[in-house]
Design a protein around this ligand. Structure first.
Ligand SMILES: *Cc1c(COP(=O)(O)O)cnc(C)c1O
Length: 417
């Protein structure tokens, strides 16, 4: 290539013609081993399907962990991203751009946010929660007792950077990196009395996932969010909802918390927001909360970049105009009721297309392997729990191919033990 004109990635990396095993051996020589060995080498996707380097096809029931809301290579999202990139790709936050402003306005509209509400853009879920952590630190209050404590729940997952990790409960993720930012207390999951006892005038914020995703798709019990709103309002603490996994249509609603009858102080978003393009956001509700962070107190180079915000605008537009949330609700309901009737499935949880189900034996990792062999991508957040978070455009017919294959996948997993 002696001119730098239009090209494709294939001129830089030979994406076809190499076996998966060859890429995996190059991977292990060049990539840091924090993720373990990748399950497959994926080279192409279209809708809910992906293909690996050896040409095998899979139905993607994980969607990049609740990210690919519109599946892979969605033509509308792809063309909007390409056109924005070809017009203006990046500016610093010394400047703004029309897509950034329009996306902030759209998120405030979808969240029914009152006057004075604002948006901060990040590049990931953990960064959205870092922003929320800093917001909580700024809510220390001006009374004689400073609000320095933050409440989170057992089982919580809020990310892997130091602040978000302090909010995350899992000991194996935390312990190697202590000391973490101080003041975070984890209380028992879903226990309203424990919450009311913990929230006093030393608490700056309560962080909650409406449905805990990484813990195996565990919804908070009915009434919990309302009780949390009352307890936090009484003492001036912030109620911060981590909807990084549950937001943007995942549960068949724009926000999993939207029917709880409360207005939170902040919602964090990421995963599905960019339809596969990296972007995160924190929405702060009302003038008082939104002004806790002032000019110079937080920032990011890439956050709210024109391409990322165009990708999110395109994703929201496609979700809305194609009635995708109603599809997620209907196909999710169908999957849950059919899964509950399969022998060996002991409990089914979730909402929309965020689904967790338990098995009658500790074979979930083997189910993931047997699923891949049978052409289905699923995930095991626990030893006997399977999680599905497919593209929200999954059809009933596609769901049915998995449902009819699942008994044999489960049997193969048990045989492999
Ligand atoms: C995935 C996730 C995060 C972290 O998001 P990253 O983009 O991986 O940093 C935070 N909170 C919840 C609830 C998540 O599911």
């Amino acid at each position: 290539m002696n001119t730098m004109e239009e090209s494709s990635v294939n001129e830089l990396v030979e994406t076809t013609g190499h076996a998966g095993s060859e890429w995996l051996s190059r991977y292990s020589s060049s990539l840091m081993n924090v993720f373990g060995t990748p399950q497959r080498v994926l080279v192409r996707g279209a809708g809910c399907l992906v293909w690996d380097a050896d040409g095998k096809e899979y139905l993607d029931l994980l969607g990049g962990i609740a990210v690919n809301a519109l599946g892979h290579a969605h033509p509308f999202v792809t063309s909007v991203i390409a056109s924005q990139l070809a017009t203006l790709g990046h500016v610093s936050n010394f400047f703004t751009s029309p897509t950034q402003v329009a996306l902030a306005e759209k998120l405030l509209e979808l969240a029914h946010a009152p006057a004075g509400s604002k948006v901060f853009f990040s590049n990931s879920g953990t960064e959205a929660n870092e922003a929320a952590f800093k917001l909580a630190r700024r809510n220390s209050g001006d009374g004689p007792v400073k609000r320095t404590r933050i409440i989170a729940l057992e089982g919580a997952f809020h990310g892997r950077t130091m602040g978000a990790l302090a909010l995350t409960a899992k000991e194996a993720y935390r312990a190697p990196f202590e000391p973490l930012p101080g003041g975070v207390v984890h209380i028992p999951f879903g226990d309203i009395a424990a919450l009311e006892a913990a929230v006093d005038d030393t608490v700056a914020a309560v962080f909650l996932e409406p449905i805990q995703g990484e813990a195996g798709v565990r919804p908070l019990p009915p009434g919990y969010l309302k009780a949390a709103r009352e307890a936090t309002s009484n003492v001036g603490a912030l109620l911060i909802l981590d909807e990084v996994q549950t937001g943007i249509g995942r549960t068949g609603k724009w926000f999993a918390s939207e029917d709880a009858g409360i207005v939170p102080d902040a919602i964090t978003l990421a995963k599905g927001l960019g339809g596969g393009f990296p972007i995160g956001a924190m929405i702060t509700f009302g003038e008082q909360t939104s002004s806790l962070l002032s000019a110079g107190q937080h920032g990011t180079t890439f956050g709210g970049n024109p391409v990322a915000t165009a990708a999110a605008l395109a994703t929201l537009h496609a979700l809305e105009s194609q009635n995708v949330l109603a599809n997620a609700a209907a196909v999710g309901e169908h999957l849950r009721s059919a899964l509950a009737a399969i022998a060996g499935v002991t409990e089914v949880r979730g909402e929309g297309l965020l689904i967790g189900f338990d098995l009658d034996a500790d074979v979930a990792p083997a189910v993931v392997q047997a699923g891949l062999d049978a052409g289905f991508i699923v995930n095991s957040p626990g030893p006997r729990t399977i999680r599905l978070a497919p593209p929200l455009i999954l059809t009933t017919a596609q769901a049915d191919t998995f449902l009819s294959a699942f008994p044999a996948i489960l049997q193969a997993a048990k045989d492999a033990q």
